[in-house]
Each structure stands twice: as C-alpha cells, then as structure tokens.
Design a protein around this ligand. Structure first.
Ligand code: SAH
Length: 383
C-alpha cells in the first residue's frame, strides 16, 4: 500500500538503530539499513529506484512507505566572500536558515536546530522573533544532506576562489558542521541527539567528532545529559566574566549561573575524553570588552582546558549594541593570551548577505493581512 507523502517515514530522521527497526518492519534484514544509508549519505541518492543492490520488492515497499526528503529551499544568497546562505521552509509561513562558510582548510556548515529561540539573549537577532518550534531530526540532518547535495551539484572547478581573494583555493565540501544557527540545540535534545548520531555514523555523514560542534547558551542539566550520549565538540556561549553581566546578556544564566556552568563543561570533557571547550564571547562595545573584564575571564578559565573565541558583534536592525573596535578586541585577546588562556578572534563572514553569527532570522515567508469581523489576522500565503 502506498502512503500519502505526509505519512511516509522520512529516512533522514532515522539514526541507524531506528532505521534497522524500520527496515525489519518492512520485512527486510536489519543489515540492509547500512546499505540504505550508504546510498543516502555516501552517494547522495534520494530515489529508491536508483538503489540497485537492494531487492526490487524491498525498493517498492520503501518507495510506498518511506522517503528521503530534505527541507525545501526558499531562497539562496551568495556572499562576495564565498559564503552561501539558504533560507529553508519550515511550513507555509515560517523559514529557517543555514550557512556554508568555505575556507582554504575547511568548509563549515552552520545549521539551525529550532525555528526561532526561546532563550532571549539580548544581542541575538534570532531571539527577537521568539520561539516558533523545534526542528525535527530529519530537518536537522536534512540541512547537512541538502548542503552536501547542493555543493556537489555546483561542481566548482578545482581551485575556485572567492572573488577578490588571491589566497589559497577554498574548500567547497562540507568538512565541519556547527550547530550555531538558529535555536538552542540543547532545548531540542530529543531531536538533536539522533541527528548528531547520524552526522557521526560511519554509514551516515561520517564526520569525525571533532568536526561536529554543538554550541549552547548553557543549559546545565542538558550538558550533563549530553555527556552520557554524545561526544561531539562543545562550545558554550559565555559572553561575560561575571553573573551580573551574564544575567543581562544571556538570561538563562539566572537559572544556571557561571559557577554551575563551568563544572558542567569540565565534566563533559572528562566523560567524553574531549580536548577543550570553546567559550564564545561576543565583543560588545563598552559592555563586556574592557581589559579588566578580560582579566576576570582569564581568572575563570586559567588552568582549564578552554579556548576563547572572540566574536565581533554583528549588528542587526533594532539592536542597542555596537561592535567593539578592532584594537579593543586585540587588547582583550592579548590580556587573555598573556595569562595563558588560548584565544582567537572569529573572522566575520557573509556580512553582505546577513549570514554572520547572530544575524540568522527565520523570516516569515510572506504574510497577508486579512480582516475577519473586527479582528485582523495574519495569513501566510505561498510565494
Ligand atoms: N543557542 C546556541 C547556538 C546559536 S548562536 C548558543 O547560544 O550558543 C551561535 C553563537 O552566535 C552564540 O555564541 C551566540 O551567542 C552568537 N551570537 C548571537 N548573536 C550574535 C551577534 N549578533 N553577533 C555575534 N555573535 C552572536
């Protein structure tokens, strides 16, 4: 029996054990799941008819009851520096974004875990739209599948360079994935964890654990939970060296203050035999960027397996913050380095297409206002 498209199982949402169960349910042997994953992730196939080493009747049952369906692309934008941003459909009205950042030594895909975000960090543009919904496992993995597919299709000639860049050629494949797009991944734990499993699975995207990074605003209980089930690299949005300021910038700090957050990070490393935690620190002019604050940050992290990644603030309409001047960022970094704390400054990419950190916004695709009696309601329409 053929199921309507909406009821078919999207195989991009099934990690290997679940896929084995599904395959068994269709009357096939569980090891077929590995063959299936090989077609889906290694060969990038979404058509069951092309999976020629699977029995014909099994393929027919798959075609009737399953699908490989990545998110639908609403719009693609390309930056002069080679960065690409995709706007992807969540439903008729809402969209979410993913960004590919090519560099000479790596191609990083920044993916979303939620449409909107509930955490309300004061300097983040996603926060302004509020929380809409969690992305499914299939939508999270589907972003990576889709980017690999789209980049593969572009077949850029070897040695392609970003315009205006005379340096080394840029990596055009997805070699790294960061959960640093829209949303708080640990607030969508149930869907994110199987997605991580698929990204790391040898038969899935086959990425090494050090090339997949989950970034969290600091949901302490979920960091402990994550330590039990995953071993991806951890990044934590610290942004302030003390609770008073962090309460203001990252409000979840009121629930889980720095003194609870840092031990959770060290626990994660111990459990997962990780090398270090990356602490993200957005550079906000005259808010968190003084040398005294750098010294306070160094006192917190010194002697621990920590790296600090300083992110020049990316402004967006309506924000009250501005970016720290470059010399202030350098001074901040030097204060950390002098105290033995590793620190780097993140190079801003894709600014001309609003693809930089904190600029991702799930736009409403289109809205028409309709008057119903004395009530005005927004109705989504297809573009
Ligand atoms: N919710 C997760 C992941 C998403 S944000 C988290 O908080 O870590 C990825 C990173 O971009 C976070 O460190 C976030 O604080 C930072 N960020 C958000 N808005 C920014 C902005 N306007 N400029 C620079 N970095 C920003």
């Amino acid at each position: 029996m053929s199921l309507p498209a909406t009821e078919r199982a999207n195989l991009l949402g099934l990690a290997r054990p679940a896929l084995e169960g599904f395959v068994a349910q269709l009357g096939s042997r569980p090891f077929r799941a590995r063959q299936l994953m090989n077609w889906i992730y290694k060969r990038g196939t979404s058509e069951f008819t092309e999976m020629t080493d699977l029995a014909r009747d099994f393929r027919a049952r798959l075609a009737a009851q399953a699908e490989v369906r990545p998110p639908e692309i609403v719009r693609v934008q390309r930056s002069a520096d080679g960065t690409i941003k995709w706007l992807l459909r969540a439903d008729a009205a809402q969209a979410f974004e993913m960004v590919f950042i090519p560099e000479p030594d790596r191609g990083t895909l920044c993916i979303s875990s939620q449409v909107g975000c509930a955490l309300d960090c004061s300097f983040c543009s996603t926060a302004q739209q509020g929380f809409n919904r969690n992305l499914t496992t299939a939508e999270i993995v589907g972003q990576v599948w889709l980017a690999m597919h789209e980049l593969g299709r572009e077949a850029a000639p070897a040695g392609a360079q970003a315009p205006g860049e005379a340096a080394a050629p840029l990596e055009r494949r997805v070699t790294n994935v960061v959960l640093m797009g829209m949303g708080e991944p640990l607030a969508n734990f149930r869907n994110v964890v199987p997605a991580l499993d698929i990204l790391l699975d040898d038969f899935g995207c086959d990425l090494s654990r050090r090339r997949v990074t989950l970034s969290t605003s600091g949901l302490v209980p979920q960091i402990y939970k994550l330590a039990e089930v995953s071993n991806v690299a951890l990044a934590v949005s610290l942004h302030a060296p003390d609770d008073a300021l962090r309460n203001e910038l990252v409000p979840i700090n009121r629930k889980h203050p720095i003194a609870e957050l840092l031990p959770a990070c060290w626990h994660y490393l111990d459990e997962q035999n990780g090398r270090s935690v990356t602490f993200e620190y957005v550079m906000l002019d005259a808010v968190n960027d003084s040398p005294a604050q750098a010294r306070a940050l160094a006192r917190l992290l010194k002697g621990h397996p920590a790296k600090v990644n300083l992110i020049p603030f990316n402004p967006f309409p309506g924000t009250r913050y501005t970016r720290s001047p470059a010399p202030v960022i350098q001074r901040f970094r030097d204060e950390l380095l002098q105290r033995g704390v590793l620190a780097t400054v993140r190079r801003t990419r894709g600014e001309d297409i609003d693809a930089a950190c904190g600029q991702l916004a799930g736009r409403v695709i289109d809205r028409t206002t309709v008057r119903l009696g004395n009530k005005v309601i927004g109705v989504a329409v297809q573009p």
